[in-house]
Design a binder for this molecule. Structure first.
Ligand SMILES: [Zn+2]
Length: 320
């Protein structure tokens, strides 16, 4: 697997695929890729602010890059439209071939670039559930971005159970499957020696939690994933969400408490026979709004607070 940048770039131009509803309003030309070194040979790549209405603080989903003599191990693939910029950022830190790519979950801001990197030679790994989500008919969130190109699909898949372990570049990388949380096919990626865990999107600190129940996510699973994260993380472990700032395990408990607090209030209103509209009108997130940046800003159809409360309502109503 040798890297061949010029031809890869040519491929990129032709593979750039238009995102459907998910990508509306994104100014791809404006996005810059910012690189942060987080371990001896581990880097985080994020999109710049102010170009992606769905992620005002940083466009798209965060990428992880492990470098070294065994080649590059990559976490998530960003929007397909900016693969050339992502590749340029990678090439600033390493000229090694991109050997492995894993997806934290199915959403296009993490997977739409899959096919581009696979065509450069990367072996794509992900949950079996993620592959199934990608294969569902277009029109549902998460599978619209690169529909039709088989290169977007994971080649190596795994289910729940013991983590898949990769040993390369002096690192032990654990692909840790998470029960249905943000989506039905979430994976956390732990770099044991760097003491870093990329946790995907079941935690976020910009806007309220998003649990994509259309793609298999569940409220219970998200709470369970937070518990697992608290158990896995040591006091110095850097927890890297797909969006927002890097945290450590002490940040998880208040976040979990906020979800439980909102859940309790919504359950109480359901018990009182209140409708979803009545629950939304009650602004049950009010005690937390000041501590959730972006929680009340509007993106698409409404605020992330309203989206979160609607999700909690429907999960509890459905007995989930
Ligand atoms: Zn997501």
């Amino acid at each position: 697997m040798k890297s061949s940048m010029p031809s890869s770039l040519l491929v990129l131009v032709s593979v750039t695929i238009c995102l459907s509803t998910w990508g509306q309003g994104i100014d791809y030309a404006k996005i810059e890729i910012l690189t942060e070194k987080i371990g001896p040979n581990l880097y985080m790549l994020s999109g710049s602010a102010g170009a992606d209405p769905g992620h005002e603080d940083a466009a798209g989903g965060r990428i992880g890059i492990l470098t070294g003599p065994d080649g590059i191990f990559m976490v998530d693939a960003q929007y397909a439209q900016i693969t050339d910029k992502v590749l340029a950022a990678i090439r600033k830190i390493s000229s090694e071939p991109i050997r492995f790519l894993v997806n934290t979950h199915v959403h296009p801001d993490h997977t739409a670039g899959n096919a581009n990197f696979v065509k450069m030679g990367a072996l794509l790994l992900a949950r079996e559930e993620l592959r199934e989500e990608m294969l569902r008919p277009p029109g549902r969130a998460g599978n619209v971005a690169s529909a039709g190109d088989p290169a977007r699909l994971p080649v190596v898949t795994y289910g729940m159970g013991d983590p898949v372990k990769l040993r390369m570049d002096g690192e032990i990388v654990d692909l840790i499957p998470v029960r249905a949380a943000h989506t039905g096919g979430d994976t956390m990626i732990r770099f044991e020696n760097a003491d870093v865990i990329m946790i995907g999107d079941f935690y976020r600190n910009y806007g309220y939690p998003f649990i994509d129940t259309n793609n298999g996510g569940t409220l219970k699973g998200a709470l369970e994933a937070l518990d697992v994260t608290m158990k896995l993380a040591g006091p110095n472990t850097k927890l890297v969400p797909g969006h927002g700032t890097v945290i450590n395990r002490t940040d998880i408990a208040p976040y979990r408490d906020m979800i439980l607090g909102v859940q309790a209030k919504v359950q109480q209103m359901i018990n009182e026979g209140k409708s979803e509209q009545q629950v939304l009108a009650a602004k049950v997130t009010a005690p937390y709004d000041a501590k959730v940046p972006g929680g009340l800003s509007r993106a698409g159809t409404g605020t992330s607070a309203d989206r979160f409360v609607s999700m909690v309502y429907s999960q509890l109503k459905g007995g989930k």
